[in-house]
Design a protein around this ligand. Structure first.
Ligand SMILES: [Fe+2]
Length: 482
């Protein structure tokens, strides 16, 4: 249907009030309210109502008995009528929508022609009053965000453009197909305003596709719906929508909601990005510090081993065996790390024992042996300042304590000896027996095993000692030695 529309001088806005007064068949007060009392805006909407009418589509559906299509069309008519304040037509369209929903064909047949006549009358009446509008250029300010409005109703899209285009870049699509085509062409919106009810792909289908695509999954989607019911909203939220806006769109509300969502969403993602950057920086620093810490401990362990020419690599091996035991005890990564450091430094007190005694080839005198026995206390003294990892102190101080209380320096016994020291004691003894010494060669695996077994409950914690026995039994080729 062709409508005669007169040319309108866009700058001559003084006429708008007069024109609106002539629209006596509309509730213009209601319509203006929807348009923030902006008369130009309202006339734009009314003129779109005429240009974008669904009369033909409605007829086609009616004649083809396509009731779901008919429902979509009368639904669109209902909402566009509400926008412009065409109350009677809106009420009539609503009754027809309900009938189409229930496929009440009898009711539709009885009322369709009346609806068409009302609709045509209204279009004619508006056309008689309304001059053609000229779209004014949107403001040229820099717009940071792009909003994509996907709606089969041009009128709805136009409301969005009118309300938001001064603040945001607006892209439009009348269908899911058109929308995805534009995304493929490279438009990446910051927010999608999505109509729920559309022919072919509806809003649920579209959001499903968006959320399944990693390129678009992060874009916030706001549903526009007439269904003011909880189940549609719940379904929408489940599908990943961030908010709902009910139609007919209230301009002030639309603007406020969109602003809030963009603020919140992008502030949040910026914050997350910032947190990620800072966390990474801390992790990098921590990793550097850990590496440095390990290097220092390793250097100290090397210093101890360098002093004793007969026990080269002793600290490394004790550390290795201790960690093997710790793993069998179910230690966490962090516990294993502390055990490793403690074992590496267990003999640090030997620094305080004269070289002549440490490297003596013959047997030690009682006096010399008493001096050697002071190395745990010297070690404890050196390490007592490391309070953040107490295990390191415990390892050095108590690794010569015996399970039955016969060890030194304090004669602690049983579980009174820190576990870490009980582990190091077993590992230390194992390495002593499997290393070459100035006064003897390396013992056989069998001999080592029987010595350890003998010491269960006396020198060694029986559980930890048994774990070491198991490690020996698993070491078929006797590979664990100096
Ligand atoms: Fe020692």
């Amino acid at each position: 249907m062709e409508h005669d529309v007169r040319q309108f001088d866009g700058e001559n806005t003084g006429d708008t009030g007069e024109i609106i007064k002539q629209l006596t068949f509309l509730n213009t007060q209601e319509g203006l309210q929807q348009c923030m009392d902006d008369e130009d805006f309202y006339l734009d909407i009314v003129s779109t109502f005429v240009e974008d009418n669904v009369l033909e589509d409605m007829q086609t559906c009616y004649l083809g008995n396509d009731w779901s299509g008919y429902r979509v069309k009368v639904h669109a008519l209902k909402s566009s009528s509400a926008y412009i304040g065409a109350e009677e037509l809106r009420a009539k369209a609503k009754r027809m929508e309900d009938a189409a929903k229930q496929e009440d064909v009898e009711y539709i047949n009885m009322n369709h022609h009346h609806l068409v006549a009302m609709y045509e009358d209204l279009l004619r009446n508006i056309t008689a009053v309304l001059p053609k509008r000229i779209n004014l250029e949107a403001s040229s300010q820099i717009k940071q965000f792009t909003i994509f409005v996907v709606d089969d109703s041009r009128l709805n899209r136009q409301v969005v453009v009118e309300v938001l285009s001064n603040t945001y870049n607006i892209e439009e699509a009348a269908s899911g197909q058109e929308f995805f085509q534009q995304l493929e062409e490279g438009i990446l919106p910051d927010l999608v305003l999505l109509d729920v009810h559309m022919p072919r792909e509806n809003g649920h289908d579209i959001i499903g596709k968006l959320k399944a695509d990693e390129r678009y999954v992060h874009i916030p989607v706001v549903f526009m719906t007439h269904d003011n019911d909880l189940s549609t909203e719940l379904q929408g939220f489940k599908e990943g929508a961030v908010d709902f806006i009910t139609k007919p769109l209230n301009p002030a509300l639309l603007m406020a909601r969109i602003n809030r969502i963009l603020d919140l969403y992008y502030l949040q993602s910026k914050l997350q990005e910032e947190i990620q950057i800072r966390t990474q920086a801390i992790l990098d620093k921590t990793q550097q510090m850990t590496i440095m810490f390990e290097e220092i401990i390793q250097a100290l362990a090397n210093t101890i081993d360098a002093k004793d020419k007969y026990t080269k690599g002793h600290s490394d091996r004790v550390s290795k065996y201790s960690v093997m035991i710790g793993k069998q005890l179910g230690y966490t990564e962090m516990q294993l790390l502390r055990l490793k450091y403690a074992a590496l430094l267990h003999d640090i007190g030997k620094i305080g024992i004269p070289d002549g005694i440490i490297n003596k080839t013959g047997p030690l005198t009682d006096e010399e042996f008493e001096m050697v026995k002071t190395h745990p206390v010297i070690g404890g003294d050196i390490l007592k300042t490391i309070t953040s990892v107490k295990d390191i102190y415990d390892g050095a101080m108590y690794h010569h304590e015996h399970y039955d209380g016969s060890g030194y320096p304090e004669g602690l016994y049983g579980k009174g000896i820190p576990e870490i020291a009980r582990i190091i004691n077993v590992a230390d003894s194992y390495d002593a027996m499997t290393s070459h010494r100035s006064y003897r060669g390396m013992l056989t695996q069998e001999k080592v095993r029987s010595e350890l077994e003998k010491g269960l409950g006396s020198q060694f914690d029986p559980i930890i000692g048994s774990i070491m026995l198991q490690i020996i039994d698993d070491d078929f080729g006797f590979t664990l030695h100096e």
